[in-house]
Design a protein around this ligand. Sequence first.
Ligand SMILES: [Zn+2]
Length: 176
Amino acid sequence: MRRTYRRCEALVDDLDVSASSDVRGLCRRVAEQRGRPIHLEAVPLSPEGPYGLWISTARTDYIFFEERTSPFHQEHIIAHELGHMLCRHGHAAAPWDADSLHTMLPALDPGVVGQVLHRRHYADAEEQEAEIFASLLLQRLSRPVSGSVGNAPSEAAEVLERLDRSLCRRPADPTS
Ligand SMILES: [Zn+2]
């Protein structure tokens, strides 16, 4: 867990977060640096599915996030999906098929669904890493620049404590 935290911290350090005031602005900068556009799109996602999706196609990264939730939650979802993207997650498991993607993302252009090659089911460790990344990133974004004093010991503890909140997955439906 400590190693994962340090890895995420290094990734966030590389992002020069202080130059952006929000996650959307940061995504624009990351896209410029990578030379790959990142499309952010609020969509009504299926209630059974995740709150967010990162989809990588040949030329573009798409981050879809639930439109029926608060702006604060949306920022967190985007940061979480950005974590999956920058940590290069999703190389181990089975890919989504076009049918299940269409069920989760009814609003998505079928042409885009057809191009989906890299979206995978994530391992728990990857979910955890994306969540640590998102927490660190949002902490940096909301921190006043002048007050940036580096790594207080409590910062790690606070992030680690919040890890049981998994944003990629919705809480299990108690009726099913
Ligand atoms: Zn996730």
